[in-house]
Design a protein around this ligand. Structure first.
Ligand code: TEU
Length: 574
């Protein structure tokens, strides 16, 4: 693999600030609340802490719509709070990774207010403005047929200057025009400002979308049911992406900064490698979505798709081998603020299997080649929102817009409504945004106030909370802590070692080895409860140092099982 690096030997914990800890009782999480929980993160053993956006924002998309890159969203706290957070992290040997959202801004950002004010304004070409098209009988149309990720067209008509502007996400999130060097300089200035304040690196939001095919062509509509098809082939990893990333990379290099690029809609590892190759000097690693998209159906994320173990094996193996052989690096994740909870989605949240599932997924993910990311609550086995919730309890515009559009398009199709609500409950983004469950008190200890929370707590916090798990040596929390410890104890094998899939055709075992001199086998055996459609099995989740299989020594063809049950991984007993 490429050279050794501190960020390869690290693990990252992602915090969703609105839902982590509310210190002032207003029902919304905040930075002082985060600071009060740093010892908890230290106990888990994570090295970096990535906060979803905390900058000033009207919160149309929970802060992924920034209106001022140099100010903090007031309900989260002040610049002083951020300074204190950085300092408190550093005293614990930890670092802060900032979420950098620069493919688009909020429509309330001063730049956009100027840009939309007139065609001759100096900020006009900081965004992407295009003239309307017209049908034969004179009906005004958007410049092309691209769809927004949050439903509807990716273009919004602006009466004042009689042009459309591009927004791949909400209309309140106009895309910046990266062709304009002034935009790029402004982003470079933002990066330097925060790096100089002690931020140790960035998670870069949809960073592979910043270079668009300047022809802005229509998507040749293959699926007539899609009024606005996804135009990703014309903006994901566009023509000048690597030129722009080289500029960002040279700043990151100057500060030896951490970087992870979020890169949706790209499945060709070569494309991602061009951004994360060690000698490329662009980004350190990237979030690819191929695993996340495995259970998407033909109509996309909220249509039913069957997640199969053999598909998972081939996707994981592809990325593990490809990055290792090409000096790239993987960002390992199964959850974040945009995805359903992994125990519910990939294993089983049934009481008797919930902790086992959490441990199994920790073993599966945490010992692969790459930098592991733990999303808040994943370490204590939090699961999806309750079955009882209907759309009124949802907060995320992606789900709400999708639901409203469906109801409008197929008002009477109850079967489709029920199926869609099932998929929303399984995969929508609110699943990961319910308040962190700290204890069994009111609001699960998330908030000490009386104000209503911005989103309700789940109903299982009496039995599933951080306090009870920290004191239980066999808890999911302590299992995750052990897995992260294993990477520290056996750095060569689990960080820099090669990956090999074993027993590829086995229908119930996911077994891989990591080798660096010595070999360690990671064995995840099958679920005894067959009702779970697919899963990485959970009965045995363990790390074996050259373990002996049930009959005879294992080789690539004769694995048939494993002795013992879940072996709690403790690096100091192995
Ligand atoms: O997400 C990018 C993105 O593509 C997601 O919308 C993802 O495709 C979708 O949610 C999965 O179905 C980033 C942020 O992580 C997300 O929270 C923001 O809403 C989005 O960009 C716009 O900033």
């Amino acid at each position: 693999t490429g050279g050794r690096a501190w960020w390869k030997e690290s693990s990252v914990y992602q915090i969703y600030p609105a839902s982590f800890k509310d210190s002032n009782g207003d029902g919304v999480g905040d930075i002082p609340g985060i600071i009060s929980k740093l010892d908890y993160l230290k106990a888990l053993g994570v090295d970096l802490v990535w906060l979803s956006p905390i900058l000033q924002s009207p919160q149309v998309d929970m802060g992924y719509d920034v209106s001022d890159y140099y100010a903090i969203h007031p309900p989260y706290g002040t610049l002083k709070d951020v300074d204190r957070l950085i300092q408190e992290l550093h005293t614990r040997g930890m670092k802060y990774v900032m979420d950098l959202v620069v493919n688009h801004t909020s429509d309330q950002h001063e730049w956009f207010k100027q840009s939309r004010s007139s065609k001759t304004n100096e900020f006009r070409d900081w965004y992407i403005w295009k003239k309307p098209r017209y049908t034969a009988d004179g009906v005004r149309q958007p410049p092309n047929n691209w769809g927004s990720y949050f439903s509807g067209s990716a273009w919004k008509y602006d009466e004042q200057t009689e042009e459309y502007y591009l927004h791949l996400f909400a209309p309140e999130q106009p895309d910046l025009n990266w062709e304009n060097p002034k935009v790029r300089d402004a982003v470079h200035k933002i990066m330097r400002y925060w790096l100089d304040k002690g931020v140790s690196g960035f998670r870069m939001d949809v960073i592979n979308f910043i270079s668009k095919d300047q022809r802005f062509p229509d998507v040749p509509v293959v699926d007539p049911s899609k009024l606005y098809p996804e135009g990703a082939k014309y903006y994901a990893c566009g023509p000048r992406l690597h030129e722009y990333l080289q500029e960002l990379g040279s700043i990151l290099k100057e500060y030896d900064a951490f970087s992870v690029g979020e890169m949706p809609s790209v499945y060709d590892p070569t494309e991602i490698l061009n951004a994360v190759g060690f000698e490329r000097q662009e980004l350190g690693m990237a979030f690819q979505f191929e695993i996340m998209d495995l259970d998407h159906g033909p109509q996309g994320k909220f249509s039913p798709g069957k997640f199969r173990l053999k598909d998972l094996k081939s996707v994981v193996t592809k990325w593990q081998l490809f990055m290792y052989e090409n000096n790239g690096w993987n960002a390992l994740y199964l959850e974040n603020h945009d995805q359903g909870r992994s125990i519910s989605r990939f294993a089983s949240e049934k009481e008797e299997f919930r902790a086992l599932s959490g441990k199994m997924l920790a073993t599966f993910l945490g010992l692969q080649s790459g930098t592991p990311f733990v999303y808040q609550g994943q370490e204590i086995g939090m699961v999806n929102l309750p079955e009882s919730w209907n759309i009124e309890k949802f907060r995320d515009l992606e789900a709400i817009n999708f639901w409203n559009e469906l109801i409008q398009a197929c008002p009477g199709d109850t079967k489709l409504h029920n199926q869609t609500m099932k998929e929303l409950r399984l995969k929508s983004r609110d699943n990961g945004r319910l308040p962190m469950q700290w204890g069994s008190g009111k609001f699960a200890g998330f908030s000490s106030g009386t104000a209503d929370l911005w989103i309700d707590v789940n109903e299982d916090y009496d039995n599933w909370n951080a306090t009870s798990q920290m004191s239980d040596p066999s808890s999911t929390f302590n299992y995750w802590a052990n897995i992260l410890k294993l990477r520290k104890v056996w750095v060569d094998v689990f960080v820099y070692g090669s990956f090999k899939l074993i027993a590829e055709d086995h229908e119930e075992l996911f077994v891989y080895t990591r080798t660096f001199g010595e070999t360690k086998a990671v064995v995840i055996n099958n679920f005894s409860e067959k009702s779970v459609e697919w899963c990485i099995p959970v009965e045995i989740a363990s790390v074996l140092t050259g373990g002996k299989f049930l009959t005879g020594n294992y080789d690539e063809r004769r694995i048939i099982g494993f002795e013992g049950n879940v072996i709690t991984v403790n690096p100091f007993e192995a």
